[in-house]
Design a protein around this ligand. Structure first.
Ligand code: SF4
Length: 310
């Protein structure tokens, strides 16, 4: 338990000893989850000690920002859970403290990069004040080798405007924006996420790049028979090119890595490669991603909030 004592650890599951899922309980008895872990990034020879190798690690913590989520995207485990409330600043900070208790087993000098991702349960823009306050506290707590990822649907757009306003002045912490797009038009976005406003969203991404001077990751979960047609790769390329942001965006083409419903079935690999090739033919930067930790239901879209302990 950390000094804030606003949440407690209920259980910890582990996958390959490198990815952990923590089940946490708030003082008002709601359950939330977070994923934490580390990646070995290399053995580096210590120059002063002849023949000595040193292991280096990248650690990550994927925190939840709400109990339940108001958005209820069709491919997300929270789709069937009602939204309850925002997490407080202290609760979000406590998630990171509890994670450090586990990751703290790694030698401090071995950790080269720390990443705190606001990508667990909840849409961070709905809880922007507490998210930003928690970033300020965590960056002081963990030091300047920590970067922050804000993973957002971009909704509500007015809150994205507020985020741009907050981040456009030089900060002592670094925040990277990951936008959950998953569609190249309003029809599919409405179907998958109950969101539209795709043109307004791209206008804000363009503004973010200009004012915050930081690249943006566009996350596209490619789902069989829903958004995997190559014509959508052309449509997505056109959105990126007409907004003039191809040099400052990277498409993260996420392959569903667990079967939960028809919204998490990956297309055949040939279809994925076709989609990728269309994007590349337009000079769009793209990489393939498959979430880890799915064997313990700790992957992207698998974290969940529950109302009562089980
Ligand atoms: S994917 Fe994110 S925004 Fe969508 S319902 Fe799940 S937690 Fe909410």
């Amino acid at each position: 338990m950390g000094i804030f004592k606003v949440i407690e650890k209920v259980s910890c599951k582990e996958s390959n000893g490198k990815i952990f899922k923590l089940l946490l309980r708030t003082v008002d008895n709601y359950l939330i989850e977070e994923t934490i872990g580390y990646i070995h990034i290399g053995n580096i020879i210590k120059p002063l000690i002849k023949g000595s190798f040193h292991n280096y690690y990248h650690t990550f913590v994927c925190v939840s920002t709400q109990v339940g989520c108001p958005l209820q995207c069709k491919f997300c485990a929270n789709q069937k859970i009602s939204f309850v409330r925002n997490l407080s600043t202290s609760e979000i900070v406590e998630e990171v403290i509890l994670a450090q208790n586990i990751l703290g087993n790694l030698d401090k000098n071995s950790i080269k990069e720390r990443e705190v991702k606001y990508g667990g349960v909840g849409e961070p823009l709905f809880n922007l004040t507490n998210v930003i306050k928690s970033i300020e506290i965590i960056s002081r707590m963990l030091g300047n080798d920590t970067s922050f990822i804000l993973s957002t649907s971009g909704h509500p757009i007015s809150k994205l405007d507020d985020l741009i306003d907050i981040l456009k002045t030089k900060k002592y912490y670094e925040v990277f924006l990951h936008v959950s797009l998953h569609a190249s038009n309003n029809r599919i976005r409405k179907y998958l996420m109950n969101l539209e406003e795709i043109n307004e969203l791209f206008e804000r991404i363009k503004l973010y790049i200009k004012l915050v001077r930081s690249p943006v990751i566009l996350n596209y979960l490619i789902i069989r028979n829903i958004n995997d047609d190559p014509k959508y790769a052309n449509e997505l390329s056109s959105l990126i090119i007409t907004n003039g942001i191809q040099n400052h965006t990277i498409v993260k083409l996420s392959i569903p890595s667990f079967i939960g419903s028809i919204f998490s079935i990956p297309p055949p690999i040939s279809r994925i490669m076709e989609f990728l090739d269309v994007l590349r033919s337009h000079d769009i930067r793209v990489f393939l991603f498959r979430s880890g930790g799915t064997s313990i239901a700790a992957g992207c879209g698998q974290l969940i909030a529950r109302e009562q302990p089980q």
